[in-house]
Design a protein around this ligand. Structure first.
Ligand SMILES: [Zn+2]
Ligand SMILES: [Zn+2]
Length: 448
C-alpha cells in the first residue's frame, strides 16, 4: 500500500470512532506524515489508570517512509504516546513552543531528549515535511497554541482542524485566525478532517472568558477554604482562578504534579501572566481558612490525585474542614462517574460543600470543542469538497456528517481506524485497509 504522486490519502490508526488516542497518517508520493500520537485511558472503577496507545505496526513496518510527525496540541489524547512510540519511528517532530515544552519533559523523563529531532514552529508559519507543506493555523481550544494544519501537496490539500472551538476571548493567547480560515474558501480544499466531539450539541460553545463571574460568585460565597479542580492543561482556567483568588484576598497554590508541570510550561513559553502569583502549597496549612484557595488535580476522581488525598485526609499540605468548598470546574469524562461520585460522597461526609459544573446553574466550565453552529460556520468559511469526521464516537461522527450534508458539503465519508480514505485523485474509502489495535503501556503518570 504505497501512495504515488497523484494520491492523497488519510489513514487513521487511532481516534476515528472514539474520543482518545488520536493518530492520523497522511499519504502522498511514497511518503507518510503522522499527525498526533495520543493515548487513551482505560480504568476499572477505583483502579489506577492504564494508558493505551494505538498499535503503530503499519507505520513502524515502513518507518523509512515516515517524513515527520506533527503534533497539533499538548493534550494527552494527541501527544501522550509520542515518547513511548518514538523509539520505533525515529522521525523528526514538529510542533509549536508550548507543545514542545510538554514534549521535552516527556522525553527527558525517558532519557530520550538528546535523541529527539524537535522542530519548534511558530503559529502561522509553514513547515516542509517531505512532500507535505504544512501550514500551522491558529485555532482556539482549552490549552495554549491549538493548531489546525493546512496540508498541501502536489495532489491536493487538506485542512486537518484537530481540536478546536471558536472562542474570540480565550483569556490567554491569540484568538482563532478567522481571516486565514475565511481565505480557505478560495483555495480549493479537497477535504476537511474535523473534530466531532460536540457535533450532537446545538448552538455555540461557551467562551473561556465567560466563566469568571460564576466562579467568582462561588468563591465569594465561601467562608472557609476553596479548592477548585480542573484540567491542568487549561492554562486560561488556571489564570482566571488565580486572578479571582487574588482579587478576593486569597493566596493561591496549585496541588498535583500535572498542574505544576503545566504551569512550568506556561511560564517557560510566556503564557503565565506576571500578576498571577502562586504560593508554595506547603504554606497553605498555615494561612487562615478564608485566605486559602487551592487548584488541585483530581476532577475525574483519580485515586492518587491531590483532591482524592484531601478527601481521605492524607494530603501532606492541605486538610479540609466543614465550611470548606470544593468546586469541580470540569466535566466528568464518561466512565469516570463512579469514581467521581465516590470522591464527592467522601467530601460531603466530612461536611465539605461540593459544587459540580454539570449541576450548577451558572457557567463554571466550558468545553473546548465546537457545537453544531460552529461547525456550520467553519464549513461556510472553508468550503471543502469532502468532509471526514474524526475525533468522535459513531454518534458524534454521524451527527457531523448530517450537519455537513445540510450545509451543502458535496461529499462526506465516515469510517473507522484502519480505513483508508482516498481523497485524491478520486474520493473513495477502502475499509479495513490496515491492521489496527490497542497497546497497553505500563504505568500512568501519577495524578499528584
Ligand atoms: Zn482531543
Ligand atoms: Zn484537545
Amino acid at each position: 500500500m504505497t501512495p504515488d504522486h497523484r494520491d492523497l490519502w488519510l489513514l487513521p490508526l487511532g481516534g476515528c470512532g472514539e474520543i482518545g488516542m488520536n493518530l492520523n497518517l497522511y499519504g502522498h508520493d511514497d511518503a507518510w506524515l503522522m499527525v498526533d500520537c495520543g493515548v487513551t485511558f482505560e480504568r476499572e472503577s477505583g483502579q489506577q489508570n492504564v494508558r493505551v496507545m494505538p498499535d503503530p505496526q503499519f507505520i513502524v513496518s515502513r518507518r523509512e517512509k515516515l517524513a515527520g510527525i506533527c503534533i497539533t496540541h499538548a493534550h494527552e489524547d494527541h501527544v501522550g504516546a509520542l515518547a513511548d512510540m518514538w523509539p520505533q519511528l525515529k522521525a523528526p517532530v514538529y510542533c509549536t513552543p508550548f507543545t514542545a515544552s510538554v514534549i521535552r519533559r516527556k522525553f527527558a523523563e525517558k532519557n530520550l531528549l538528546h535523541r529527539l529531532p524537535l522542530h519548534e514552529v511558530g503559529l502561522r508559519t509553514t513547515s516542509e515535511v517531505g512532500p507535505f507543506i504544512v501550514e500551522w493555523v491558529q485555532m482556539s481550544h482549552s490549552i495554549p497554541e491549538p493548531s489546525g494544519l493546512l496540508i498541501s501537496t502536489r495532489a491536493g490539500r487538506i485542512f486537518h482542524t484537530a481540536d478546536w472551538k471558536f472562542d474570540s476571548q480565550p483569556v490567554i493567547g491569540a484568538p482563532f485566525d478567522q481571516p486565514r480560515l475565511q481565505a480557505m474558501s478560495e483555495e480549493q480544499i479537497d477535504a476537511l478532517v474535523c473534530d466531532s466531539t460536540n457535533a450532537t450539541v446545538s448552538g455555540w460553545s461557551v467562551s473561556e472568558s465567560a466563566l469568571e463571574e460564576g466562579l467568582r460568585d462561588l468563591v465569594c460565597q465561601t467562608k472557609g477554604r476553596v479548592v477548585v479542580s480542573c484540567f491542568g492543561s487549561n492554562i486560561a482556567r488556571l489564570v482566571t482562578l488565580t486572578r479571582i483568588g487574588k482579587h478576593l484576598g486569597r493566596r493561591v497554590a496549585v496541588l498535583g504534579r500535572s498542574l505544576h508541570n503545566m504551569v512550568a510550561s506556561a511560564r517557560a513559553t510566556g503564557y503565565w501572566p506576571e500578576d498571577c502569583e502562586l504560593i508554595d502549597g506547603r504554606h497553605l496549612g498555615y494561612l487562615p481558612k478564608e485566605e486559602v484557595m487551592a487548584i488541585a488535580t483530581g476532577s475525574q476522581g483519580e485515586p492518587r490525585s491531590a483532591l482524592h488525598r484531601m478527601a481521605l485526609d492524607t494530603h501532606p499540605e492541605l486538610l479540609l474542614d466543614p465550611e470548606d468548598h470544593v468546586v469541580f470546574s470540569a466535566r466528568a469524562i464518561p466512565g469516570n462517574e463512579p469514581d467521581i461520585d465516590r470522591l464527592i460522597r467522601r467530601l460531603r461526609q466530612k461536611g465539605v460543600r461540593v459544587t459540580q459544573s454539570e449541576q450548577h446553574a451558572r457557567k463554571i466550565h466550558a468545553s473546548g470543542h465546537p457545537c453544531a453552529q460552529e461547525l456550520k460556520q467553519l464549513y461556510d468559511w472553508v468550503r471543502p469538497q469532502l468532509l471526514i469526521p474524526v475525533h468522535g464516537e459513531e454518534k458524534h461522527m454521524q451527527a457531523q456528517d448530517t450537519l455537513a450534508g445540510e450545509a451543502g458539503i458535496p461529499r462526506r465519508l465516515t469510517g473507522r481506524n484502519g480505513d483508508l480514505f482516498r481523497i485524491r485523485p478520486q474520493i473513495s474509502v477502502l475499509r479495513r485497509a490496515a491492521e489496527t489495535g490497542r497497546l497497553r503501556l505500563q504505568e500512568s503518570p501519577p495524578g499528584r
